[in-house]
Design a protein around this ligand. Structure first.
Ligand code: MIG
Length: 812
């Protein structure tokens, strides 16, 4: 071969050793305020500060005269900003709000945040950038720093000593402690030190890094491309940060109740008769179930928006027959559209310019299930709208939920995703895929949610997604992708889903039983027990693995699984209440203990047990042949859910857990609600409800309260006031207890005549209840109003009419 000039390619010279210098602002030359934006000009670059509220501000690095202040879709539009007081002294520019003070150093641009007492809460020492476009912020941390958040990440709860990358990635079977990037990217870091917590949200959908490992007394937040655009979010408590962050990026919209039921999936249920048989099996075996998933084999050659005519000859008939049985179908929809000129979706996509292209105009093609495929450019509203409307195909068949997979987007190549230099239209502001990668999944699920909603006559759609970015919680639930049937992966699902909850993603869960590899009877039992209390509850498994439907391991195992899936259904009113709370305040549904007990040093990294809401503690078994475990009970008194036994908290106890027992504890002075057992959420239209009141004592110090939220569970009518709020209050008195109920709002009227209360193991026995007759347990069971004592359990059972408002006095 003849040599060309390539033989003397410049890169062959051996790279000269040139130290790459990172730049920073230099000193502040001047500053000015412009419409509530503080523009601080440095020698080499500038910073813009905007106070969104008294406890939140945005800090953005910019060049030129004025910054581009647009944000990604993660940030909800706001009408109000807050105006701090500003003064200038020798050293600093000082911004003061009612809760924080922010000092921007005029020599170095170092940024210090103080609380009202002048105590330093956060410090961004420097921001620097490389000539190649990466930017890095360096922040102080302390001996006692703990880190949470960061969305869907492996390893333990506390992220101190870890390093993570935000780059939505489909790695097969990736749930390993050292993996740095998973399917979702939530660039929100929560930093707790002593009694203060703050959050930093980096609004950059390209690749970013959070390093709490490599810098000793500092941690860094950096991005490889795009802008360094951070939001400082003050607490002081972890809960305050979550509330503020979710006010900024949005909260879940209430899912349909059926989405909270038990879901069954498999890669794949292959045809119509298999699906129908599966549904009949659930009903015949009395195992509750609301949803069956159709994985990629339902399609014709993996073409989205089609059903294979041979495998599924009558999807509409099948779906309506299933609906009569109380089961919904959720089909998978991937973003890749098969390159096939005879396929209308592809044809239309090309003709109407909906697919991602290179700058030069060629469509980007990647290999996924259907073979060569094109990818819709969801960054263009016009395309998102098109994609959304295509879902009429599904809604017209009676489908109300969609499962988005492969939306990182995953592509079968070495990069594992789309070429980085593909251009996204981005509504007239074109950017490369490299810069926008992490938005792809969010924008797909948003388009899907909106399109489905348009065609569902006021009913709530359910979307499940694998990939996402901050804000995804507004549109979809998240499952954690391809875990394996390993005990370790079950254990890891706890901190993973807990941190997702702290990061604004309350509606999440793993594949119960494990996706890849082969499950076992014990693993399936233990995982289902735990999964019964996870916000998202789906059993899913891969091609060629051991079957893991609930009856796969014989009758004894089936019996335990039936009981725990049933338990989830009895707990649905409580779970639904927590979903409602999440939609209002952003609080997670399952919580690490640190969220409720932030001053307890035992719980900073505790993640083999968790809370459901604030008052229910679950301590799953996550090892084989283990029938006993240590459980940490935080301060207070806790009741064993099964036996009622009281335990003093603030210490560890040893708990027996034979295979049919999930250790559960309820905090004294709390109330949990239970509904009736049912085979699916819409079963028997019976909203009967029992309030279980724990640890009542006849003393002024005792109070317990519960606000029960209810609505039709299916439509958006609640947005127009069609819901109800029932307040229950229990107040101890020296000679008894006062129990009251009152509807604070009642535009939705639940289907029931009575309310039931149980005083679980009260510390006293009432001699009478003023206004209520003492009757027998049999009478109670027949629905008569009155009260009775269950001698066996020591519980007091009360049954009353479900009226607007009432009050009863229990006398010692
Ligand atoms: O890896 O659609 O995570 O839940 O069953 C193959 C087939 C692509 C990955 C998903 C998994 C799903 C599977 N998909």
């Amino acid at each position: 071969m003849e040599d060309t000039s390539e033989a003397i390619h410049p890169d062959k010279a051996g790279l000269p050793v040139v130290q790459e210098t990172w730049n920073s602002f230099g000193h502040m030359i001047r500053w000015q305020e412009h419409n509530g934006v503080y523009l601080c000009y440095g020698e080499r670059s500038h910073a813009a500060l905007i106070f969104l509220s008294d406890g939140e501000f945005r800090f953005k690095v910019f060049q030129g005269e004025y910054p581009d202040l647009s944000t990604t879709i993660a940030i909800l539009p706001r009408t109000e900003t807050s105006q701090p007081e500003v003064e200038e002294n020798e050293e600093n520019l000082v911004f003061t709000t009612s809760v924080i003070q922010v000092l921007l150093n005029r020599q170095t641009f170092a940024l210090t945040v103080l609380d009202k007492n002048g105590q330093e809460i956060a410090r961004q020492e420097t921001v620097s950038w490389s000539p190649r476009g990466a930017t890095n912020g360096l922040f102080n941390m302390q001996e006692g720093s703990h880190f949470y958040g960061l969305g869907e990440k492996s390893s333990f709860l506390d992220k101190r000593g870890e390093r993570y990358t935000m780059w939505n990635t489909d790695v097969y079977a990736p749930h390993m402690p050292e993996i740095e990037a998973l399917y979702e990217s939530i660039p929100l870091l929560l930093h707790m030190q002593g009694e203060t917590t703050y959050g930093i949200f980096l609004d950059n959908p390209g690749r970013s890094d959070f390093d709490m490992r490599s810098h000793g007394v500092a941690y860094t937040i950096g991005c490889s491309t795009g802008e360094y655009d951070i939001y400082f979010i003050y607490g002081p408590e972890l809960k305050d940060v979550i509330r503020r962050y979710t006010a900024m990026t949005g909260r879940i919209s209430l899912p349909p109740k059926w989405a909270l039921g038990y879901h069954q999936s498999r890669y794949s249920y292959m045809n119509q008769s298999e699906v129908m048989q599966l549904a009949r099996d659930f009903r015949e075996k009395d195992i509750p179930c609301d949803v069956i998933y159709l994985d990629i084999h339902y399609m014709e050659g993996y073409r989205v928006f089609t059903f294979d005519k041979i495998r599924f000859p009558d999807p509409k008939g099948m779906i309506s027959e299933l609906k009569d049985m109380g089961i919904r179908i959720v089909p998978i929809v991937d973003p890749g559209v098969k390159k096939d000129p005879k396929y209308p979706v592809y044809r239309e996509g090309v003709q109407e310019d909906h697919f991602c292209r290179y700058l030069e105009g060629d469509i980007y093609f990647g290999d996924v299930w259907p073979g060569t495929s094109a990818f819709p450019d969801f960054t263009d509203n016009r395309t998102a709208e098109w994609w959304g409307q295509l879902h009429e195909y599904y809604t017209s068949l009676g489908i109300e939920g969609i499962w988005n997979d492969m939306n990182e987007p995953a592509v079968f190549n070495t990069l594992k995703t789309m070429d980085l230099d593909v251009i996204h239209k981005n509504n007239g502001k074109p950017m490369t895929h490299e810069e926008l990668h992490n938005l792809y999944g969010l924008l797909m699920s948003k388009a899907t949610y909106e399109g489905m909603k348009d065609h569902m006559n006021g009913r709530r759609p359910f979307i499940l997604t694998r990939a996402g970015y901050s804000g995804i919680q507004r549109y979809a639930a998240i499952w954690t992708g391809d875990n394996r049937s390993f005990w370790e992966h079950m254990a890891m699902a706890i901190p993973m889903v807990l941190n997702m909850g702290l990061s604004g993603l309350p509606f999440a869960g793993p594949d119960i039983g494990g996706f890849a590899h082969h499950t076992s009877a014990q693993l399936l039992v233990r995982w289902t027990q735990m999964g019964a209390f996870f916000p998202y509850c789906r059993n899913h498994s891969s091609l060629g693995t051991t079957r893991q439907e609930p009856w796969s391991f014989g009758e004894q195992i089936e019996g335990v699984l039936r009981e725990y899936i049933g338990l989830r259904y009895r707990w649905l009113p409580h779970l639904y209440n927590l979903f409602h709370e999440a939609s209002q305040t952003g609080m997670p549904i399952i919580r690490p203990l640190i969220l409720e007990y932030p001053r307890d040093p035992q719980v900073t990294n505790l993640c083999d047990q968790f809370l459901v809401g604030a008052d229910v503690l679950i301590a799953p078994i996550y090892r084989p042949d283990t029938y006993c475990r240590a459980v940490y009970l935080p301060e207070g008194i806790w009741h064993d859910y099964w036996t009622g036994e009281r335990h003093q908290g603030g210490k560890h106890i040893l708990v027996d857990a034979p295979l049919d027992v999930l250790p559960m504890f309820i905090r004294a002075s709390s109330i949990v609600v239970e509904g009736s057992l049912r085979q699916y959420t819409g079963d028997q239209a019976d909203d009967s409800i029992t309030f279980h009141i724990y640890g009542a004592i006849a003393d002024d110090s005792f109070t317990a309260a519960y606000s029960l939220y209810e609505d039709d569970g299916e439509t958006f009518a609640y947005e127009n006031g069609k819901h109800s709020k029932l307040d229950i209050r229990v107040q101890g008195e020296t000679d008894g207890l006062r129990l009251s109920m009152r509807y604070a709002h009642r535009e939705y009227v639940a289907v029931r005549d009575q309310l039931r209360f149980t005083l679980r193991q009260p510390e006293f026995t009432p001699s009478e209840i003023v206004g209520l007759e003492s009757i027998t347990l049999d009478d109670l069971a027949e629905g008569k109003t009155g009260w009775s004592m269950d001698e066996q359990s020591g519980d007091i059972l009360i049954q009353v009419l479900d009226t607007e408002q009432n009050e009863w006095i229990l006398k010692v």
